[in-house]
Design a protein around this ligand. Structure first.
Ligand code: J2J
Length: 550
């Protein structure tokens, strides 16, 4: 699909021209880029997964093989393909194979279940689904069957499921046995740099999660900016600890930024610090990215096992607010420089710089990566700029920030100002240096240690229970996660037990991380002046010591 296709709103011509003229948009697709890297770095190691290693040339060949195989299967340029794989090399192969074909990966997370995948399939109109056989005790082939069934009579049904590993008797295509495409006829139909390259999942604010359209041009720039900020070169080795489909891990600068620099990507099979430390030592890893809940685990595992972390140049921490105290203890404890990253799948990525003074690194969430990133801090009520240094909602626009969601509705359009700024829903304070301090949120979202939960989505599922009259999902401070979801309910008598409600949500196919940690029952919800459930009041009531009424 071209950027101006009715599926999504691209950048206005003037801006697009500006971004191209300035060289931000380099005019290459990811398929082209991988070919170029293979020419330049052919025999260098691109990718490491356990004992398996890929040179750049081998990764390039793998992308051709996957593109050809998916093409023979019947997938075409522009088709959307849900990719739900753990941190394995096959994610990278598949991703570049899809890029070369011009098909569009839809980035699901390993934790997503029926509710999320069916929604993603419907919203994207996905024709394909690539899954692992099993991972962390969960059978993705069963999930694929459920999704296939749910989409059978849809206008845009799911047509192909590919299983990395063993499809057993599922009838799905085995990844290792994708058909070969000797003619290479997929190559003729390659995508253009302005085409849709991937769909990222939004954390969601209202209703169900939205899809974020990213083009080859804008996403490649996203990765390049990160690489420049971090000073990446061919000697860098990136360890993918967080889910590889996450924007942070893939492109900030992550996997793509590292490959762009001619470096090596190592995938961690699980996020434990013990695994990370083993791989850092074995592969001489130079940087990685973590979420805040992992930080205390790194501290304690480091104290226990005293690994050699001397190869690490820096560690990025982002996706939720890192407590100042943990930030300050980071370098003294691990002997490694810290970089805070405040980003969003919608675009803008802020980084503290590697040569920033300690105080900025420990107390801010960085500043925009690109000189072309525009930021405004406004009063969320009237949209007027706040006084310098005062908290307000962050609005942003730029060469890698979306201008509209994929197949977005009117509610989705409300996420943008008339002049194309994206409303982040985050409350920030901007320092004279340009660094941002994330101080809160105006969006109805809970950030569980980096995993985003759209309150309305879970509330919708709770309201489907026959005994639930009113439901509010509220974030409360949590020692381990920073914030955890609590369900506040008005129920009919006899009210259902918390365990029953959680089982009910699971039964509806909801990802585990969205399940409330606690259920509170009230007789009536506190209301705002306009009659909406007053979540601020609920949160205040729940935060200090939980008071249960009703
Ligand atoms: C406070 N809140 C933060 C931070 C994100 C890099 C890093 C993160 C993401 C990401 C990403 C935060 N302190 N350091 O995509 O490439 C919250 C904000 C933001 C939302 C975006 C990347 N870093 N956040 O987390 O799309 O509320 O992207 O708007 O998942 O996470 O969430 P998401």
């Amino acid at each position: 699909e071209a950027p101006d296709s009715p599926q999504w709103t691209g950048w206005p011509d003037d801006d697009a021209r500006r971004y191209r003229d300035a060289g931000f948009w380099a005019g290459a697709t990811f398929g082209d880029l991988l070919r170029d890297w293979a020419v330049r770095h052919g025999e260098r190691t691109a990718l490491v997964d356990g004992d398996r290693r890929w040179t750049y040339r081998q990764l390039d060949h793998a992308a051709d093989r996957i593109a050809g195989g998916l093409h023979r299967l019947g997938l075409r340029r522009g088709d959307r393909v849900i990719v739900q794989l753990p941190n394995r090399a096959e994610f990278v192969e598949t991703w570049f194979g899809l890029q070369r074909l011009g098909a569009v990966p839809v980035h699901a997370m390993p934790g997503h279940r029926r509710a999320e995948i069916v929604h993603l399939a419907a919203l994207s109109g996905a024709a394909g689904y690539v899954v692992a056989d099993r991972h962390t005790g969960f059978d993705y082939r069963r999930l694929a069957h459920e999704v296939l069934d749910a989409r059978r009579t849809a206008d845009e049904p799911l047509r192909h499921v590919v299983v990395v590993g063993d499809p057993v008797d599922s009838g799905f295509t085995r990844y290792a046995e994708l058909p070969t495409d000797p003619d290479g006829d997929h190559v003729d139909a390659g995508p253009s740099p302005g085409d849709l390259a991937l769909l990222l999942l939004s954390g969601g604010t209202t209703g169900m999660p939205k899809l974020i359209p990213r083009t080859h041009d804008d996403y490649a720039y996203n990765a390049r900016v990160g690489g420049e900020v971090c000073g990446l070169g061919p000697d860098d080795v990136y360890l993918a600890v967080l889910p590889i489909a996450f924007n942070f891990t893939l492109a900030c600068p992550g996997v793509l930024g590292t490959l762009m620099a001619g470096g090596t990507v190592v995938v961690a099979p699980n996020p434990s610090p013990a695994t990370a430390f083993r791989l850092i030592q074995r592969e001489r890893v130079t940087f990685t990215a973590l979420n805040p809940p992992l930080v205390p685990y790194w501290f304690s595992e480091y104290a226990d096992s005293r690994p050699d972390l001397s190869s690490l140049r820096f560690v990025q921490v982002g996706s939720a607010r890192l407590a100042d105290d943990l930030a300050r203890r980071f370098t003294p404890t691990l002997g490694v420089r810290l970089q805070q990253v405040y980003g969003m799948a919608e675009g803008l990525i802020n980084y503290t710089r590697l040569d920033d003074p300690d105080d900025l690194v420990c107390t801010t969430q960085g500043r925009p990566g690109s000189p072309a990133d525009e930021v405004r801090v406004v009063d969320p009520g009237d949209g007027r700029p706040v006084a310098a240094g005062e908290p307000g909602e962050l609005l942003t626009r730029g060469p890698y920030t979306l201008r509209g969601y994929y197949r977005g509705d009117a509610a989705a359009a409300a996420s943008f100002t008339a002049d194309g700024f994206y409303r982040t829903g985050d409350l920030v304070r901007q320092l004279p240096s340009g660094h941002l301090n994330v101080v809160g949120r105006v969006k109805d979202q809970i950030n569980r240690g980096g995993e985003k939960i759209a309150a309305t989505e879970v509330e919708g599922h709770l309201l489907a229970h026959p005994a639930v009259r009113q439901a509010a999902l509220v974030g409360v401070p949590d020692e381990q996660w920073g914030e955890a979801p609590v369900a506040v309910l008005v129920c009919t008598q006899p009210r259902p037990a918390a365990a029953e409600l959680v089982a009910f949500l699971r039964g509806r196919g909801l990802a585990t991380y969205k399940l409330p940690d606690r259920v509170e029952y009230v007789d009536a919800m506190p209301l705002t002046a306009v009659g909406k459930i007053d979540k601020k009041a609920l949160a205040a009531r729940l935060a200090p010591a939980a008071v249960t009424t009703g």
